[in-house]
Design a binder for this molecule. Structure first.
Ligand SMILES: Nc1ncnc2c1ncn2[C@@H]1O[C@H](COP(=O)(O)OP(=O)(O)OP(=O)(O)O)[C@@H](O)[C@H]1O
Length: 208
């Protein structure tokens, strides 16, 4: 499996954020996307997830049965955790496991993996910010999807949760998964490259 971006451009409102972006990500590799605030890291991830359209170029996933069906092969984890506050952690995760399909870990095992074993019966409303983030990350584990698109995945995580998630991410990559992660933090998710989005800002003509 291979994720390929060709001559990608992204416009938000009146601004061209980046253009002429090419990359190819192979199975078992990681792409860390960096750049100052506002360069378009989240916009790139949304674009890869199919939540918005590029202003130019295209993205494709090679080596899958339905090449255009990105959604079936990708997990997108944005800034928002997408939990129902009134439901318990277990109920939220069971919902996502049923909706996402391709079941992987059980709800109980996924909660254990992210260090939430014992808290599954609590309503999400009473969880701390870091616990909510851990629950969002557990979603990656209940449904098997090769491509993880992660926007600042370690926000609000304490040092041990960061290490724990780093190990889960490296295991995913070691099994042939792929990760594209936007981050300001140094993340070790396995072998791969760093993409500095700042290098793809549009070049403005110099005034005469
Ligand atoms: N819906 C929108 N309409 C207009 N402009 C937008 C929209 N969404 C984002 N932008 C602008 O696009 C730019 C890039 O935003 P984006 O969130 O992709 O940056 P980022 O690199 O992820 O930033 P950060 O490091 O702060 O998370 C920002 O200037 C933002 O204001």
């Amino acid at each position: 499996m291979r994720l390929v971006a060709e001559r990608l451009g992204c416009r938000r409102g009146a601004r061209q954020l980046f253009e002429r972006l090419d990359f190819a990500l192979e199975a078992g590799r990681v792409l860390i996307v960096t750049g100052p605030n506002g360069t378009g890291k989240s916009s790139l991830l949304r674009l890869l997830a199919g939540l918005s359209r590029p202003s130019a170029g295209r993205v494709r996933l090679e080596g899958v049965a339905e090449p255009d069906d990105f959604a079936e092969n990708a997990h997108y984890l944005g800034h928002l955790d997408a939990h129902k506050a009134a439901l318990t952690a277990q109920e939220n995760l069971a919902f996502w496991r049923a909706v996402l399909g391709r079941p992987a870990l059980s709800v109980a095992d996924a909660l254990e993996e992210v260090g939430l074993g014992g808290l599954g019966g609590l309503p999400v409303a009473v969880l701390s910010a870091g616990q909510k983030r851990r629950l969002a990350l557990a979603r990656l584990l209940v449904s098997a999807r090769p491509l993880w698109l992660l926007d600042e995945p370690t926000t609000a995580l304490d040092v041990s949760a960061q290490a724990r998630f780093g190990a889960l991410a490296r295991a995913h990559v070691a099994q042939g998964g792929m990760i594209v992660a936007a981050t300001h933090a140094p993340l070790d998710f396995g072998p791969g490259e760093t993409l500095d989005l700042d290098r793809f800002r549009p070049v403005r003509p110099v005034a005469a």
